[in-house]
Design a protein around this ligand. Structure first.
Ligand code: PBG
Length: 323
């Protein structure tokens, strides 16, 4: 044998030299759940290690992440039922839970970068990402709400708004609204290829945001499709997106790779709640090594071509580096 690939794997130093992909704390955005009240820190039952924080305790959580080198965050609000309505009015309340959380984080940690969520579902009494009329999810009418929401977030201090709703034309509409109000510097990370996935279950528990009726298949993508992701990405690029996201990540590594090959924009991947919960549940039972499975999952997402990874593992990853 002349060729022996095992020669390069003989020692750890050799293996490190030939390693093609590495992970660092700079790769991650850490999602955070915000709830009303004071001194609250409530663990999400289906996401061990992840809690919902009131605005005050959230500052402590962010401080501990910043100490570990995690400096990019994606907060999501949990809105009480009494504030939800058909038009998600609370979503653009300049004094609501979300705007207050954004302002408080930027006041305490001006250097952190906040990716804020633009979508109606946490505020919608129908639990959908658009206005519901006779069981139909209206597109253009919903854009109006998304524009107001993005503007309220920019005014509160968001660095990048991240529309996760999958309405057509939202990137262009939000870009126009932001620019008209002088927020040219606020970026847009588009959830370009967001699939109608079963892996969002724990997230919907955390925010009580599940659809009251029906599913999200008329706006989120069919898991059977990949070319459709390219169409979505092309449109979002043309409409002014600054980065493109694929969601979920692990079951869609081919989509991450396809977007990486076709676009020069930064590609983000969302390692979603169900993907996190699966690793945690199996590790709790002693069926897999949780830390190794975490590192392998994150590496595979990066290897597929993601520059940025949104993951509930971000803090744990940073802690594992310190060990
Ligand atoms: C909704 C939204 C969802 C997630 C982020 N934004 C769920 C959904 O579409 O129902 C899921 C994130 C996760 O599962 O971690 N706008």
């Amino acid at each position: 044998m002349i060729r022996r690939p095992r020669r390069n794997r003989q020692t750890e130093v050799l293996r490190n030299l030939v390693q093609e992909t590495t992970l660092s704390v700079n790769d991650f955005i850490f999602p955070l759940f915000v709830i009303e009240g004071q001194n609250q820190r409530v663990e999400v039952a289906s996401m061990p290690g992840i809690s919902r924080f009131s605005i005050d305790t959230l500052q402590e959580e962010i401080a501990s992440c910043v100490d570990l080198g995690i400096k990019a965050f994606a907060p999501f609000p949990s809105i009480p039922e009494r504030l939800k309505d058909k038009y998600a009015t609370e979503s653009h309340n300049p004094d609501g839970l979300y705007a207050n959380a954004i302002r408080e984080i930027k006041r305490n940690f001006p250097e952190v970068v906040l990716f804020t969520d633009v979508a109606m579902d946490p505020y919608s009494s129908d639990g959908h990402d658009g206005i519901v009329e006779n069981d139909e999810i209206l597109n253009d009418e919903s854009l109006e709400v998304l524009g107001k929401m993005a503007l309220a977030q920019a005014q509160a201090g968001a660095d990048v708004v991240a529309p996760s709703d999958m309405m057509d034309g939202r990137i262009g509409h939000i870009r126009r609204v932001l620019d008209e109000h002088g927020y040219q510097k606020v970026g847009i990370m588009s959830y370009a290829a967001k699939y109608a996935s079963a892996f969002y279950g724990p997230f919907r528990d955390a925010l009580s945001s599940a659809p009251k009726k029906g599913d999200k298949k008329t706006y989120q993508m069919d898991p059977a499709n990949s070319r459709e992701a390219l169409v979505e990405a092309e449109l979002d690029i043309a409409e002014g997106a600054d980065s493109l996201m694929v969601k979920p990540a692990l079951a869609y590594l081919d989509i991450i790779k396809a977007l990486r090959e076709r676009s020069n924009l930064p590609i983000a991947a969302y390692n979603v709640s169900g993907e996190y919960a699966m690793v945690k549940a199996a590790a709790e039972r002693g069926w897999i090594d949780g830390e190794k499975a975490m590192l392998e999952s994150l590496l595979s997402i990066k290897r597929a071509g993601a520059d940025i990874i949104l993951t509930y593992f971000a803090k744990e990853f940073a802690q594992s580096l310190k060990k």
